[in-house]
Design a protein around this ligand. Structure first.
Ligand code: CS2
Ligand code: MG
Length: 401
């Protein structure tokens, strides 16, 4: 089966998405998410200028060879733009492979290991009372795991908290600037988590996303303070370019650690996994080399007591979610899947088979990934420049957001 065409589709049904659609001479098509929040056009250009011309005429069935060709052939390896482009190609070729076999991709990955993919929802509130209301709503909707994010007294705006129905941090072409205080955050958060645990008891899994904003010793202090509330995970406590920094956190606290959404190859997390410095690896299909490479990361993790905790924010399209669920339903060391429901207009552009029910996402059994893009509808939503925010400290110092 030969690749005869590949289209890069940028659409913005409420937020920007980049999608690759590969067409073959036997009429089968496959889709891959190529969205990189705030850099969607960079990936679109990389695909259009440097990848698509190389795909035409290739055997669609040679998924691994194509992955190696695009990875090693680029010479300049790794990085979020390159790897998101390779992810999209890989995901689309697995979609085609499944359709050719007449099987959902998870059947090509070893079949189901569980009945459903356990998901966690997002609860956030500008204050603790509004956060408790959100947690209660999610529990009533059947979620067994809830991520809790709270406002911080004295800080106008912090990551993960919004009074709008749909949380979209990439809210302006020029980055929104917010002011951050680690001291205020560290003073406030343990009390918030204590209130949530006290209100809802030990049954619900609680998670919190630090979002890269601490140093290792600050994260150690926070992890220790949260131990009485038995978090399922503390996410992205520190920027992870320095993987060894996580040794400091591990030395001080038993609070489980989850990292990985900004990683794009196994090399970003190999030490974290091999040294068991983390408990969940959160790399995604769209950013970490597609299904072919992410399953390698999952397998390394499985050898080291590390479970998966797939990134699943709304800045990854339903194409990524559909692919993530194919891995999530089959991986032996599955942990949790993030679930931020997309808007109805996004779901209309990306018709899909997966469904939410009672705390699980179910991938369905359609051949391939069970998702597509409605190109006519997508064309109605032109790209709109949008950047993620930046954080500054009170003295103006640029800080992680
Ligand atoms: C967040 C992400 O969902 C999460 O865990 O870290 O929403 C992240 O902020 C966005 O993906 C950035 O685009
Ligand atoms: Mg996160």
């Amino acid at each position: 089966m030969i690749i005869t065409d590949a289209r890069v589709i940028v659409t913005s049904p409420g937020r920007n998405f980049t999608t690759l659609k590969i067409v073959t001479d036997e009429g089968l098509t496959g889709v891959g998410d190529a969205t990189l929040n705030g850099r969607e056009l960079a990936v679109a250009a990389y695909l259009t200028e440097h990848v698509v011309p190389l795909l035409i005429g290739r055997d669609a069935g040679r998924i691994e060879d194509t992955w190696q060709y695009l990875y090693k052939g680029a010479y300049w390896r790794r990085g979020p733009v390159t790897m998101t482009a390779i992810s999209a190609v890989d995901t689309a070729l697995w979609d085609i492979k499944g359709k050719q076999a007449g099987l959902p991709v998870h059947q090509l990955l070893g079949g189901r290991s569980r009945d459903g993919v356990t998901v966690y929802g997002h609860a956030n509130g500008t204050d603790t009372d509004s956060l408790l209301t959100e947690v209660d709503r999610l529990i009533r909707e059947g979620y067994r795991a809830v991520r809790v994010q709270s406002g911080v007294p004295g800080l106008e705006k912090v990551y993960g908290v919004s009074d709008r129905d749909v949380y979209e941090p990439a809210d302006s072409a020029v980055p929104t600037e917010t002011v951050w205080s680690t001291e205020a955050y560290l003073d406030h958060l343990p009390g918030v988590v204590a209130r949530v645990r006290e209100e809802f008891g030990p049954g619900v899994k609680l998670l919190h996303d630090v979002h890269h904003r601490l140093t290792p010793i600050e994260a150690a202090r926070l992890g220790k303070a949260l131990e009485p509330y038995a978090l399922t995970w503390l996410e992205d406590p520190v920027p992870a370019e320095l993987q060894s920094g996580y040794r400091i956190i591990r030395r001080h606290t038993t609070t489980p650690i989850a990292v990985g959404e900004v990683f794009n190859t196994i090399w970003d997390c190999a030490d974290l996994i091999r040294e068991q410095l983390i408990d969940y690896i959160r790399c995604s299909v769209v950013h970490a080399g597609g299904i072919s490479h992410l399953r390698r990361i999952h397998d390394l993790a499985a050898l080291h007591h590390v479970r998966t905790g797939a990134h699943g924010a709304t800045d990854m399209s339903p194409v990524c979610m559909a692919a993530s669920l194919q891995l999530g339903i089959s991986a032996p060391n599955f942990g949790l899947q993030e679930h931020m429901p997309h808007t109805a207009e996004t779901d209309a552009v990306f018709p899909h088979a997966y469904r939410y029910a009672d705390g699980y996402l179910h991938p369905g059994d359609e051949p391939g990934l069970g998702v597509d893009i409605d190109e006519d509808l997508a064309a109605r939503y032109p790209y709109k420049a949008a950047s993620l925010p930046v954080n500054r400290l009170a003295d103006g110092t640029l800080h992680s957001w």
